[in-house]
Design a protein around this ligand. Sequence first.
Ligand SMILES: [Zn+2]
Ligand SMILES: [Zn+2]
Length: 436
Amino acid sequence: MAEPVQRLRIDLTGVVQGVGFRPFVYQLSRRFKFTGWVVNNSCGVRIEVEGAQKNLDLFCQQLRQQLPPLARINSLVITPLSCQLSTSFEIRTSERFTEQTAEITADSSVCGQCLAELFDSEDRRYGYPFINCTNCGPRYSIVTAIPYDRPQTTMARFALCSRCQQEYDDPSSRRFHAQPNACPQCGPQLSLSDADGVLLDQCDPLQETIRSLRAGKIVAVKGLGGYHLVVDASKDDAIKRLRQRKQRDEKPLAVMSADLDQVRRYATLNDVEISLLTGAERPIVVVAHRHDSPLSAQIAPRNRTIGVMLPYTPLHHQLLRDHFIALVMTSGNRSDEPIAYGDDEARSRLQGIADLFLCHDREIHTRVDDSIVQVVAGQPMMLRRSRGYVPQTIELPAQLCAPGVTTLAVGGEQKNTLCLLRGRQAVYERTYWRFS
Ligand SMILES: [Zn+2]
Ligand SMILES: [Zn+2]
């Protein structure tokens, strides 16, 4: 006698788009020999699966337990349906719903596998600063609309080459449906220009940037959510010049080092700080500055602490590895202004500050600052919740939320924080709206 077969619809919300969730569902369904489909919609992900009744429970269990690294489920609703005797399992094109409630995923630091490929001379993406996969890379900063699909990101203008397309279409690839997928043949490219915006196309942009930083130059580097002003953290004169040009007297400057070993040369770290520094969010962590630090005293004058972060883009790794103990990486702005993120805007606003501009042609759609965390009494205290954390929601206890009411909260001062309470989900956003 044939085993009883059942069909279920599963609606999921949370961080389920742009994190390899559909391929994960696809592979899980194939493992159980289920038929049906999975689709991104404006609320999250909808799955219909049909298969042996006894395996469906197990499927739902594994759906929760074996999530891809960046995924998070907020709700999971199961509706039994009548069987359709479908014959295959497929990933469908995204649906559009009138209600837009899907969560956009936060940007994530480059993963270990991509990093290994970046420095593997045999790999086709060797040395390519825009390497990424479904487990890492840009998200929030490049999304222009939801659902999260390539045409609705700033990668839309780059047509995938045949090899990238193959990976994108292959369910067994780590880049299956990885929206920002790219390679040196088809993806974004670096460019370097001088202080007047003249393109320096006769040199390798990366090597020339490293050489200039070693010579004490100030370089504006386009990152994930905006521009940084970068100088060698061991050069007094370069940092003095940066402070002068940026009109920033003594406020501490954040630094970035290639790895924990380098950080330990100038800072002491506890376990909580280490886990924050190495987490996928990669915030700036405010830690104790060693008195025998080899870095310039100009970084944080009269301060016993120092703001440190580890590299989060492939480009950061390439800039730092084997070249510097640390680089000062401070927001690309003049004092009290928001971080520059558009290329023309950066060029005009940072003119007179930066000696060189290291740019690329993947547009930043949403400005995102570095997050800042400090460990107080053994607990992380968020000083600035931004890159890596936004726009992830925080679920509040039911008693704090009035049903059917949407609440908006805004902070004071120029660099305020905005929070929108939608149902039980608190959506934070650090903004630069000025109420002057
Ligand atoms: Zn990756
Ligand atoms: Zn390609």
